[in-house]
Design a protein around this ligand. Structure first.
Ligand code: B1M
Length: 215
């Protein structure tokens, strides 16, 4: 494996945002594949820090700086992960649900959706049902992508879908859901349309669903 991947992973674990960005730029200059830089460098580092956090060996401040480094590195890969010649074929609203501040997975899904040529409006984190509805009324989205990382916030996805149903616009959009605690079974119970375990599959499924709906 190229040693740069390990350097990126370690710099990320140490929360060195500037160094992560420099190393990612170096990897890009060396023409290493963008998907590998993401998977073997950035996400590999994030996996280590995630495990440390889960085991009580890393704390919120360390994880926060690692997250910032992750987002900075991923942003540099954005143009390279885009499909060549992709033309905007639909509009997607994306956000992490109310009460939830985790944005790394959401940002990855956004990156992949944009890579598929979809027009993405990012509502950020801690987004309420009302905010999703207001944005949909204004922008007429084809799909709504919801991310949740906490077992305490995943039910918010159900509230969002209910709010769209009550407002009479449920059928105007395809609801995609994902995040660590989300499953296919959970998707079924809340009446969402698509669940995928990872960001790349979410983007592929979203584009396919939009194209199928548009005929
Ligand atoms: Co938090 N956190 N966190 N955290 N955090 C988890 C989620 C946790 C599992 C850690 C643990 O205890 N084991 C745990 C949740 C437990 C639970 O609910 N059962 C937890 C907790 C408890 C908390 C706090 C409550 C801690 C505290 O304050 N005491 C607090 C809550 C804050 C809040 O949201 N209100 C908190 C805070 C934080 C930080 C701020 C420090 C930081 C977030 C920084 C940020 O996002 N900017 C953080 C982090 C980083 C994590 C862990 C370590 C890593 C999450 C991550 O980014 N992974 C996480 C532990 C873990 O997951 N093992 C943990 C990398 C990312 C690429 O993966 O987001 O899963 P993920 O995305 C994946 C897939 O899930 C999927 O695609 C991606 C892969 O391609 N995916 C989708 C995601 N969204 C999708 C949407 C889709 C499709 C796929 O369609 C729309």
């Amino acid at each position: 494996m190229n040693p740069l991947y390990n350097e990126i992973s370690e710099a990320l674990q140490n929360g060195k945002q500037k160094i992560v960005a420099e190393l990612v730029e170096k990897a890009i200059a060396e023409k290493l594949p963008a998907q590998e830089i993401l998977d073997k460098g950035l996400l590999a580092g994030m996996d280590v820090i995630s495990e440390q956090f889960t085991n009580g060996e890393a704390y919120v401040p360390e994880v926060l700086v690692a997250a910032r480094a992750m987002n900075a590195g991923a942003a540099l890969l954005k143009p390279l992960l885009a499909e060549a010649g992709a033309v905007a074929c639909g509009k997607v609203l994306i956000g992490t649900v109310k009460g939830d501040l985790h944005d790394i997975g959401k940002n990855l899904v956004k990156l992949m959706l944009e890579g598929k040529g979809l027009d993405v409006l990012d509502l950020g984190v801690d987004v309420s049902a009302e905010q999703f509805l207001t944005a949909h009324r204004e922008h007429k989205a084809d799909a709504i992508a919801l991310s949740a990382l906490l077992t305490t916030t995943m039910q918010e996805m159900k509230h969002i879908i209910e709010a769209f149903t009550e407002a009479g616009c449920r059928d105007e959009v395809t609801f995609l859901v994902g995040g660590a605690p989300i499953s296919e079974a959970f998707k079924e119970t809340i009446g969402a349309d698509i669940y995928t375990a990872d960001a790349a599959s979410a983007a592929a499924a979203c584009k396919a669903a939009i194209l199928a709906k548009k005929g």
